[in-house]
Design a protein around this ligand. Structure first.
Ligand code: PLP
Length: 436
């Protein structure tokens, strides 16, 4: 048994994931994690979407080692460096030019919440208003400004101060499939006596990663953009978790055909798990005064090296995106079959690309128990949603098919074991309701 005592003794109670996965990991390659007993785990969590290209991706790693070997700058504040120059050129060539996009890049401090803070600040400056529209179950980070637009009470209650200047509106599907929540938002904005202060901006995730894998339809996103234009509000898409290819295109909103005013990127941006965040700003909105927003770690040049290489290696053509969509179908089919195998269990599937959620009814901690079983059987997987009712399948986009299938088999087995404990068995009503 691995001795975790020093973590219990020295680390704050605030620690989280070590409680779900109580082993000591010593190595990781691709989609496999290895603990100190040499037990291997298939990674279906990917650092909450930070490792879209797997652990220690060999292409990115060799670039990194090469860069360090030549004494390239590691830390550069926001000074011009060769690594940053190459990153800018690569973003322009690989991301912007083919899309005919123009965005100005703001490098912020390295965590996602740093990018969100900058985006909110800028939007408020541009419009000269304080209020921001955010959505139920939205997650945008845990520092003051980001926390104010984050819905989850567990995080909000930890703030210790009032969190304000935000109006929460129902996300797509909040009242079930038959109610269009955009009608509600529109009515609130149209009515000068609705009690909603004219917002500077709307901040939205196209798929709510932490909030339970809730998927906004393309139609809803399009209508949201239209509403933003009508009411002179900026549209901020927080693409920190589901951007960088997670949903099958580099940006998660591309199929919706919308043009956000501001985009935040982080998690898988460096491609290697190195901290790095970015705010993309429509050029005409870039009213920042020089140095008005700073941060010591805005120049993680190691991250620039791997970020540029990730774009070069995976995004110069559509092959990688196509392969992600192929894997999406595989995962989706598998999970849907699983749901149909247990018609009495009341489960369903939702997601987009390689973020797919197995939604449980939410009683008895079923999702958490499935995740725990899966971990025993060698899969690292997390839950999400307000009551942790959604098992979140989040493998690396680069995962080999055989590992993906093995992981899914383990999920199926774990679901079976947990449901059997509740007296629910498989296939009871399969094939037209006939018991077998
Ligand atoms: C993770 C996440 C953040 C916050 O990023 P940190 O690096 O944890 O600060 C913000 N928005 C979304 C959508 C996220 O998933």
């Amino acid at each position: 048994m691995m001795d975790l005592k020093i973590f219990d003794r020295m680390e704050s109670e605030v620690r989280g994931y070590v409680r779900s996965f109580p082993v000591i990991f010593k190595q990781a390659r691709g989609s496999v994690l290895i603990d100190e007993d040499n037990k291997e785990y298939i990674d279906f969590f990917s650092g909450a979407g930070t490792l879209n290209y797997g652990h220690n991706n060999p292409i990115l790693k060799s670039k990194l080692i090469e860069y360090l070997d030549t004494d390239g700058l590691v830390h550069g504040l926001d000074m011009a460096t060769s690594a940053k120059k190459y990153f800018l050129e690569t973003v322009d060539r690989v991301l912007f030019k083919p899309r005919k996009w123009q965005y100005t890049l703001q490098f912020t401090g390295p965590t996602g919440t740093n990018a969100v803070e900058a985006a909110l600040k800028l939007a408020r400056q541009v419009k000269g208003r304080q209020n921001i529209i955010s959505f139920t179950h939205g997650f945008h980070g845990v520092s003051g400004g980001s926390l104010a637009v984050t819905a989850n009470s567990k995080f909000r209650n930890a703030a210790g101060v009032a969190l304000g200047n935000t109006s929460f509106m129902p996300f797509d599907g909040y009242f079930g499939p038959d109610a269009n929540t955009m009608d509600y938002l529109e009515r609130m904005l149209d009515d000068s006596s609705s009690g909603i202060d004219h917002p500077a901006a709307v901040i939205v995730e196209t798929v709510q990663g932490e909030g339970g894998v809730n998927v906004a339809t393309w139609r809803w996103l399009k209508d949201l953009e239209k509403l933003c234009r009508q009411h002179d509000m900026l549209l901020i898409v927080d693409d920190i978790q589901v951007g960088c290819g997670r949903t099958g295109s580099f940006f998660s909103f591309e199929s919706a055909g919308i043009q956000p005013d501001i985009i935040t990127l982080s998690k898988s941006l460096s491609g290697f798990g190195l901290p790095m965040s970015l705010v993309l700003i429509k050029p005409e909105l870039d009213i920042w005064k020089p140095g008005a927003h700073s941060g010591t770690f805005r120049g993680n040049n190691l991250a620039f090296v791997t970020a540029a290489q990730a774009l070069e290696s995976y995004w110069r053509d559509g092959a990688f995106a196509n392969d992600t969509r192929r894997k999406e179908r595989l995962v989706r089919d598998w999970l849907e079959n699983l749901v149909h195998s247990y018609p009495m269990a009341g489960m369903s599937v939702r997601g987009r690309g390689l973020i797919q959620g197995l939604v449980t009814p939410g009683d008895d901690d079923i999702a958490a128990r499935i995740a725990k079983k899966a971990f025993e059987h060698g899969v690292v997987i997390e839950t999400s949603g307000a009551n942790d009712e959604v098992l979140k399948v989040l493998p690396a986009l680069t995962i080999e098919d055989d590992l993906l299938l093995r992981g899914l088999e383990i999920i199926e087995r774990s679901v079976g074991e947990v449901l059997a404990g509740k007296g629910v068995s498989a296939h009871v009503l399969k094939f037209g309701g006939q018991a077998r």
